[in-house]
Design a protein around this ligand. Structure first.
Ligand SMILES: Nc1ncnc2c1ncn2[C@@H]1O[C@H](COP(=O)(O)OP(=O)(O)O)[C@@H](O)[C@H]1O
Ligand SMILES: [Mg+2]
Length: 314
C-alpha cells in the first residue's frame, strides 16, 4: 500500500439514491484515512462538476455512487477515457447489472435461476389500455406479483401487488420511472445477499439473511435503524448455501463484475436460491450489508476499503 496515493472518494451524484451515496462516501473516506491513506479526499459529484475530477489528478477513484449516472457505466466510461483507475466493475458490467431486465436475460442464457418474468413496453399500455395489460399480467404471472422499474435501486419503483384491484394503478406508477416494466412472480422464502470480492480470483464472503419489519425490504426498511435485521450466516440449509455460492460466482463471472458486487437472492422453499439482482456498487455505510459480512469473517471496514482499492490497481 502506498499511503501517499491520491484517492478521490466520489459520491453524491444525481440519482434518487444521492443521500445514501453521500453516507457511503463519508464512511469510506473515514475508513481509508484510518487505514493510512492520509491523502484521501471526498468529491461530491453534482450535475456540473464532473470536470473537476480531472483537475484533481487522482491516482484512483473510489466510487460510492449508486443508481443512475454512477452505477450504470456512465461515470465508469468517463474515467476509462480519462485513464483514471476506479473501484468496482467496468462500463459493460455496470450497465447490464443496473438494468434488471438485461441482468435476467444474461442469467437465463447461462442457465442460472431467477424469478419468472414478463416485460411490458409503455407504448403498448398507451395503445391497448392499462386494463388489457393488467389482464395479461394476471394470466402470465399471476398474483401475488412484483412490479419493478428495471433501472432503479433502493427498492424505489418496486411494488408487490396482491390484489387484482391494485394492479392497474401499480402498472401506471411504474411507467412514471421508465418506459419498460418488469413483472416477476412473487418468490416466498428467505431473502439473502452474497457479497463477492475479486477480479479473476474470487472471494465469496459470508451470506447474510435479511429480515424486514416492513412488508418487504423496501426503502424505509433499508435505511431506518431497527427496521431490518442482518443475520449472519443466513438460516438456510448447507445445500442451499453451497448452491447460492456456486450460482453467485457464476453470475459474477457471467456479468463480468470486477472488484466487488453483492448478489441478492430469495431462497425459495421448493426451488432453492433464485437470483433477484446484482448490485455492482453496494452500499458502503458502516451499517451496510457488505461491510457487515466482511466483519463476520474478520475483515474490518478499513481493511475492506483498502482491499477494494487494491483490486482496482491490479
Ligand atoms: N420476485 C420477488 N419476490 C419476492 N420479493 C421480491 C422479488 N423481487 C424483489 N423482492 C423484494 O423487493 C426488494 C427490492 O427488490 P430488488 O429487485 O432487489 O430491487 P432494488 O434494486 O431496488 O434493491 C427485495 O430486496 C425483496 O425484498
Ligand atoms: Mg436489491
Amino acid at each position: 500500500m502506498n499511503p501517499e496515493l491520491n484517492v478521490l472518494v466520489v459520491c453524491g451524484g444525481i440519482s434518487s439514491e444521492r443521500a445514501i451515496s453521500l453516507r457511503s462516501g463519508r464512511a469510506v473516506l473515514e475508513a481509508l484515512r484510518e487505514y493510512g491513506y492520509h491523502n484521501a479526499r471526498l468529491f461530491d459529484l453534482r450535475e456540473d462538476n464532473m470536470g473537476e475530477i480531472l483537475s484533481a489528478h487522482p491516482d484512483a477513484v473510489f466510487l460510492t455512487l449508486h443508481g443512475k449516472g454512477g452505477e450504470d457505466g456512465r461515470i465508469q466510461g468517463f474515467l476509462d477515457l480519462a485513464g483514471i483507475p476506479y473501484t468496482g466493475s467496468g462500463v459493460e458490467s455496470s450497465a447490464v447489472c443496473m438494468n434488471k431486465i438485461l441482468t435476467k436475460q444474461v442469467l437465463l442464457s447461462m442457465g442460472l435461476p431467477t424469478a419468472r418474468f414478463t416485460i411490458i413496453r409503455k407504448e403498448r399500455m398507451v395503445k391497448e389500455g392499462v386494463a388489457t395489460i393488467a389482464r395479461e399480467l394476471i394470466d402470465s404471472i399471476g398474483l401475488p406479483m412484483v412490479l419493478k422499474a428495471p433501472c432503479e435501486g433502493s427498492s424505489i419503483g418496486v411494488s408487490i401487488v396482491k390484489e387484482e384491484r391494485e394492479l392497474s394503478r401499480a402498472v401506471v406508477d411504474i411507467f412514471s420511472y421508465d418506459d419498460r416494466l418488469l413483472a416477476e412472480e412473487f418468490l416466498s422464502g428467505t431473502e439473502i445477499t452474497l457479497p463477492i470480492l475479486g477480479n479473476e480470483e474470487l472471494m465469496v464472503l459470508p451470506d447474510i439473511e435479511i429480515t424486514s419489519e416492513r412488508e418487504f425490504y423496501d426503502y424505509t426498511a433499508k435505511y431506518t435503524q431497527g427496521m431490518c435485521h442482518h443475520i449472519i450466516p443466513a438460516r438456510i440449509s448447507a445445500e442451499n448455501r453451497e448452491r447460492a455460492r456456486t450460482i453467485g460466482r457464476e453470475a459474477y463471472l457471467a456479468l463480468r463484475c470486477r472488484g466487488l458486487a453483492r448478489i441478492d437472492f430469495i431462497v425459495d422453499e421448493r426451488r432453492g436460491p433464485m437470483v433477484i439482482e446484482i448490485n455492482t456498487l453496494p452500499g458502503m455505510t458502516e451499517m451496510s450489508l457488505f461491510p457487515d459480512s466482511a466483519r463476520a469473517m474478520g475483515i474490518s471496514f478499513p481493511e475492506l476499503c483498502h482491499h477494494i482499492l487494491s483490486l482496482c490497481m491490479e
